[in-house]
Design a protein. Structure first.
Length: 206
C-alpha cells in the first residue's frame, strides 16, 4: 500500500492541537521556521524559542498564531482595546500589508529567541526591547506607505510603492541584521526548552 502524506486539512489541526497543549502546560520549545515573511529577522530554517506560557504580547514582539489555515509567526505592530478585549495588529517584517486583526486570546505563544539552524547561537535581540520596537515602527511605516499608494491609480501607484518602501526596507534590513552577529540573552543551553519537530509555516503569508 502506498504511503500518503497528510494534507493541510489534517496536519494544521493536529499541529494546533499540539501547540494548544503546550499553551495549557506553559511549555517553551524550539521550533523550526519555514518561509520568508519575517526576513531578515527570521530566515527559512531558523529555529525559534516559543514561549507558550506568555500571557501578553507587547508591541515589537513576535507572536505565534493561526492565520486562516496556517500557523504563522509575525510581529505585533499595534495593540488596541475593542469592546473590552485586546486586538493585535500584526505583520511579517518582509511583507507590505498587515494581517487581519488578531485577538490576543488567539495567540498561541511568543518568540523569545532565534538561532540560525538547530545548533546555532541564540539571540533575543530582534524579539524584544528597543530593537524590536524599532523594527515594528519601520514595519508600520512600510504598511502605511503601501496602503496609501494602493489608493492611487495603478499606473502611478506601483512605482510610488517601490519608491516609498525602499528607504524604509533598507533601514529595516540594517536594524534586523545586527542581532544575527550579536547575541543577546543566551537560550542555547536551556534544558527546559527541548527542540521538537513541528514547524511554524508562514510560506502562504509572504
Amino acid at each position: 500500500m502506498a504511503r500518503t502524506e497528510p494534507d493541510a486539512a489534517t496536519l494544521v489541526p493536529a499541529r494546533r492541537g499540539l501547540f494548544e497543549l503546550y499553551r495549557t502546560r506553559g511549555t517553551s520549545v524550539w521550533i523550526e521556521a519555514v518561509g520568508s515573511s519575517m526576513q531578515p529577522s527570521i530566515r527559512d530554517g531558523d529555529w525559534l524559542l516559543l514561549d507558550f506560557a506568555a500571557c501578553e504580547a507587547k508591541i515589537g514582539e513576535i507572536v505565534f498564531f493561526p492565520l486562516g489555515q496556517r500557523l504563522v509567526v509575525h510581529r505585533v505592530i499595534q495593540r488596541s482595546l475593542r469592546d473590552g478585549a485586546w486586538v493585535l495588529e500584526t505583520k511579517g517584517d518582509a511583507r507590505l500589508d498587515v494581517d487581519p486583526p488578531v485577538h490576543a486570546t488567539d495567540v498561541l505563544g511568543v518568540v523569545r529567541a532565534v538561532r540560525a539552524g538547530e545548533h546555532g547561537t541564540a539571540t533575543s535581540a530582534a524579539c524584544c526591547g528597543a530593537r524590536a520596537i524599532t523594527l515594528a515602527t519601520l514595519s508600520t511605516t512600510i504598511a502605511r506607505a503601501t496602503s496609501f499608494t494602493r489608493r492611487l491609480p495603478e499606473p502611478l501607484g506601483r512605482p510610488l510603492r517601490r519608491i516609498a518602501r525602499t528607504p524604509t526596507r533598507i533601514a529595516l534590513d540594517l536594524a534586523a541584521r545586527a542581532p544575527r552577529y550579536q547575541s543577546g540573552r543566551s537560550f542555547a543551553d536551556d534544558p527546559s526548552a527541548p527542540a521538537l519537530s513541528p514547524k511554524a509555516d508562514d510560506r502562504g503569508s509572504e
